[in-house]
Write a new protein. Structure first.
Length: 224
């Protein structure tokens, strides 16, 4: 019994002092001293191969701006726009433009005092010569003998009137014209398709068809 009591005492002493000898966490001490992965280095599955990180800008395809003209009336331009199913999505717009056209060639008898001009005009009318009296503008009280797009035609008529003893001259007649154009923005491939659709609906040739990259909005330079 005395031996058994001694063994029990020794076992109790060994159990009491063993934790101080091997360390507080025993065999786990070496593992605890290692480094854990930083949270910033953790990636979800597939993120490493995607090449797109948080906040990366999305790729946007370059837009094309298209413009077609000229169209003779606003009503015709509206009809062309309304016939396109994607007109609203592409932002179709009607542009009204005042164009300066090449001047016409005007054969006329220069301005005179009103009474003289009226008397001569009546005489010319009795002779059966096509004419009219100009009643306004810088050529008021002149007598018009013809208005021509072709300079050659105008010169031919001028020479004829001079043979009829009329004091005619040739002057330029300036003119402007209101014309209309369709414009819109779309991705390049769609822009090409829409242009072809509008051309098919128009039924004749446009004076111009433009398709070009849309220009970005300029931003002011910042001072350093």
């Amino acid at each position: 019994m005395r031996w058994l009591a001694l063994v029990l005492v020794l076992v109790s002493i060994a159990i009491y002092y063993l934790p101080d000898f091997v360390g507080p966490s025993g065999g786990m001490a070496n593992v605890a001293s290692g480094s854990l992965p930083r949270v910033a280095s953790l990636k979800s599955p597939g993120q490493e191969d995607s090449g797109v990180g948080p906040g990366a800008p999305a790729d946007e395809s370059e837009m094309s701006c298209a413009r077609l003209g000229w169209i003779e009336t606003a009503e015709r331009a509206r009809s062309l726009m309304d016939s396109q199913p994607l007109a609203e999505e592409a932002g179709f717009r009607i542009e009204e433009v005042e164009r300066e056209l090449a001047p016409l060639h005007w054969v006329l008898i220069p301005p005179q005092p009103e009474a003289v001009a009226l008397s001569q005009f009546r005489d010319i009318q009795r002779r059966g010569i096509d004419s009219y009296l100009v009643t306004e503008g810088e050529n008021r009280n002149a007598i018009s003998l013809g208005l021509f797009e072709s300079r050659e035609s105008a010169i031919s008529v001028l020479e004829e009137k001079k043979r009829q003893n009329l004091n005619a001259v040739l002057v330029n007649f300036p003119r402007n014209q209101i014309s209309y154009a369709l414009s819109f923005e779309a991705e390049p491939e769609l822009a090409e398709e829409l242009v072809q659709a509008v051309k098919a609906d128009y039924g004749s040739n446009f004076d111009f068809v433009e398709i070009r990259p849309c220009e970005g909005v300029a931003t002011p330079e910042k001072n350093p």
